[in-house]
Design a binder for this molecule. Structure first.
Ligand code: AMP
Ligand code: MG
Length: 493
């Protein structure tokens, strides 16, 4: 299909965000990186903007995505936003190190924002250096593609370009730029900034822009702003239900990291839970556990409340409140549905909580790997008298397992189909491979120490098909080995 693809110089820019009034952004150029080199290129993401894969081998490609030269048609800018960080309102954040090159329109009519993250200082950098390190760039790149492979809405990543330029974090690291692509980079905080500045007209302008671009069916609807809030709420609730079902902790659910489109956004100290632990905190700097795994659903509502408040100049407060009231039910319904699918059930009711909760509790007590256990559960046999010893032996409390297995068996008997059919169904929703921290760390170490990017490549391929058995990659399904149990991930990136 490469023949339909474009050269770098032919990308079809249609910069919608740049056309908004000057208040919404600051125009500027990326700061060049010394001697940039390509770390990784993602052909799947290139297809979205119809960029020919062969282009990645040109030196011009590296220069463009290092921020050293500008693509024709791009109108680089940093976006303004504010946000609540760990519960506190911060009046001006904005892209402190990200630069939006512009928006590319493909032949299907889709628009994709192309953004360089780590492209140098901007008017919003505050004390930051405007840079991103190779370590965090690899983590964002791999995780966004892993989430996409899992079927979870997310920003995507086109490539990583590295440089030997030094960046000072807890230690000296090297700089990199990860190119992020997404239908939009507008966040909850993009609205909050104007609410707190009492600039209602800008709230309306931004809402109209987002609705026209991403919710066009609402354009002519009565009460379009309330319906817009409702749709964002539904998308956010569904997204977080997917995070919970797959055992993903975002780590920094500040409102400036909440996508208006319900995408997983801004990967920092995220983590996939290994041993099941509802209080799992992936961000070493989050001492209070504000963003612990089991807090995410309610933080979603907290964040939506901040967004709803920012939209109150556009709708009656009571209406915003009514919409927020729906969150709990919308979230729970989707969560139970996803968890029921993980159990191989073809239909779900809230009563299936009664199967899910005791299983999770047994997993917690036995410290079982969340991902592996659900994958193994696909081997459950329904036949009466079947002990399911392989599974049973994993649990410390065998009597509890037997009681749970009896209830599960009874529930499965209400379904039709064979064990094999159920297993095939379960394998399509219970991933075999996730981006475990130690896997990412191995790829990062090789990249940092030896400039060997082969492990990044291997993980990118592996995680694009997380539900498939990939026998030659079997060892990548294992939980962290002892040396890697205590890898700490901080906010520094
Ligand atoms: P984050 O925690 O990555 O979502 O970032 C929060 C805010 O800090 C955003 O406004 C970022 O643009 C900004 N920021 C993070 N790291 C840097 C950096 N190294 N230089 C400048 N701004 C940064
Ligand atoms: Mg952010």
């Amino acid at each position: 299909m490469d023949y339909a693809m474009r050269k770098l110089e032919q990308l079809n820019f249609d910069n919608t965000f740049a056309r908004l009034p000057a208040t919404f952004h600051s125009r500027l150029k990326p700061t060049p990186l010394a001697k940039p080199y390509l770390v990784s290129f993602n052909a799947n993401a290139a297809r979205l903007i119809e960029l020919a894969c062969a282009e990645a081998s040109r030196q011009e490609f590296v220069e463009c995505f290092a921020g050293n030269s500008l693509l024709p048609g791009s109108e680089p800018l940093s976006m303004l936003y504010a946000g609540h960080q760990f519960g506190q309102y911060v009046p001006q954040l904005g892209d402190g190190r990200a630069i939006l090159l512009g928006t590319i329109k493909n032949s299907a009519g889709e628009h994709w924002d192309v953004q360089l993250k780590g492209a140098g200082r901007t008017p919003y950098s505050r004390n930051g250096d405007g840079r991103a390190v190779l370590r965090s760039s690899i983590r964002e790149y791999l995780c966004s593609e892993a989430m996409h492979g899992l079927g979870i809405p997310t920003t995507r990543a086109l490539c990583i370009v590295g440089s030997d330029d030094a960046v000072y974090r807890e230690s000296i690291e090297t700089a990199a730029v990860v190119t992020r692509i997404a239908p939009s980079h507008v966040r909850f905080g993009s609205f909050e900034v104007f609410y707190h500045r009492r600039q209602d007209e800008h709230i309306a302008t931004l809402a109209d822009y987002v609705i026209a671009r991403h919710f066009p069916h609402l354009l002519a609807a009565p009460g379009k702003y309330a319906r817009f809030l409702h749709e964002v709420l539904v998308r956010t609730a569904h997204l977080i239900a997917q995070w919970q079902a797959v055992g993903f902790a975002h780590g920094v659910m500040n409102t400036d990291n909440m996508s208006i489109l319900g995408l997983t956004f801004d990967y920092g100290p995220f983590g996939f839970m290994e041993a099941y632990d509802p209080g799992y905190v992936c961000n070493h700097s989050d001492h209070e556990g504000r963003y612990a795994y089991d807090q995410q659903p309610q933080i979603g509502l907290w964040n939506l409340t901040a967004l709803a408040q920012a939209l109150t100049p556009l709708m009656p407060i009571a209406e915003a409140g009514k919409i927020l009231d729906e969150y709990g039910e919308i979230y729970s319904e989707r969560y139970v549905q996803l968890m029921s699918q993980k159990l191989g059930l073809t239909y779900a009711g809230l009563e299936d909580f009664a199967l899910i909760e005791p299983l999770l509790e047994m997993m917690r007590v036995s410290e079982l790997d969340y991902t592996s256990l659900f994958r193994k559960l696909g081997q459950f046999k329904v036949a009466a008298g079947e002990k399911n010893s392989l599974l049973r032996d994993l649990f410390i409390d065998r009597a509890a397992f037997d009681a749970w297995a009896a209830a599960y068996r009874a529930r499965l008997q209400a379904e039709t189909g064979t064990d094999a059919e159920r297993r095939a169904r379960m394998d399509r929703v219970n991933p075999k491979y996730i981006l475990r921290n130690y896997l990412a760390q191995t790829a990062i170490s090789k990249a940092e120490k030896e400039r060997d990017f082969s492990e990044v490549e291997r993980l990118l391929n592996l995680l694009s098909r997380p539900y498939d058995e990939q026998p030659e990659m079997e060892s990548y399904a294992a939980p962290a080995p002892d040396w890697a149990r205590n890898i700490e991930v901080s906010c520094s990136s």
